[in-house]
Design a protein around this ligand. Sequence first.
Ligand SMILES: Nc1nc2c(c(=O)[nH]1)N[C@H]1C(S)=C(S)[C@@H](COP(=O)(O)O)O[C@H]1N2
Ligand SMILES: [Mo]
Length: 395
Amino acid sequence: MSRDGITRRTLLAASAAGATLASTAGTLAGTTWRAVAGAPAILKPLPPEWFVDFGTNAEMRWESVDPRRYLTAPSHLFVRNHTVTPTIDASSYRLRILGDAVAGERSLSLRDLHRFRPVEVTTVHECTGNGRSFFGSQQGETVSGTAWTLGAVGTVTWQGVRLADVLRAAGVRRDAVSVQATGLDPSFVSGGVDHGPVRRPFPIVKAYDDALLAWGMNGRPLLPDHGYPLRLVLPGWVGIASIKWLGSLEVSTTELTSPWNTRWYRMSGGAYPADAPPLTLNPVRSAWELPWDATLPRRRRLELTGRSWSGAGPIARVDVSLDGGRTWSHARLRDRPRGAAWTRWSVAWDRPTPGAHTLLARATDVHGRTQPDVTPYNSQGYFFDAVVRHPVTVA
Ligand SMILES: Nc1nc2c(c(=O)[nH]1)N[C@H]1C(S)=C(S)[C@@H](COP(=O)(O)O)O[C@H]1N2
Ligand SMILES: [Mo]
């Protein structure tokens, strides 16, 4: 079983660990564990025409993307759970803020959070391992983890408050360096080891820069699978940074760590040094709004569409090839590129010849970051950003 996957045994272990936590820790009031054996890890419907279902994870099918819609509907957004989606009672929910960089522990209800200035931010939301399966299918390399194609990504508008505002009100010391976000989902058990609840630290600079505490997605409350009632959002960063079902924030004057920044979500294997830093900004990637092995009708002119995105900022240019990389042209950008959100593009294909073809798209962001032909190997299959060779047949 893959590292990101889950077996029935680990699901049972996870639910047992969750139950222990819930009964021993009053601080987790408001959380009930629905993680009973055989219960689905993901609560929203996963119709096969929209999703590839990996059990605790599910990716969006690119052919289900409507070229006319900019935002990903919450019903279509990929889900990545280490264990199972917990059911949390919003009325008794509290966010705890603690650590040696705050004067005393704070506990905030959702109503408390709604007193801060509301903000709205549109960002790409993407799993670190998006595209992982192409390490195998395109580069012949074996990596661990969920075999995502390119559907562990979406672009949504988050509603919430700035973490900076909340930390300032909590009286965080000026020498704070690190914030650890911890989820209320059950402990993650893998290979017989209980790693505790999903949690990951990040630098205080990111907290003050653009981090959000989000309760909404596209103008509606978060769906349970996406972190209801509150999640952290670190724009442009790897998906794991945006902790769902946020239970606590530990603010510290010393560097904090967790297995999610030391063991996972950092590069290992291949040419990477043993002390490679935790992954932060997402790379540049592109996808065609087509099924894999799509059959395209033979017409005088086909209009093909896709999207490109970068964790670092707007997309500046998308180069496409309709002949396996022999010739390239510029795709027409359909959106004024903005922030760390994706850009839609289209390309006209005149008089495609019948038979098999390979489509390629290579995006470049405003910082000049672009997509390579080959992504350097890493054992956990993170950051596959190479240009994907997308097969189609014109019939
Ligand atoms: N509490 C908690 N937060 C979490 C996770 C999790 O399993 N538990 N998964 C992380 C990972 S790896 C990703 S890619 C994103 C997925 O967010 P989504 O399921 O809302 O799309 O959530 C992150 N936050
Ligand atoms: Mo992820």
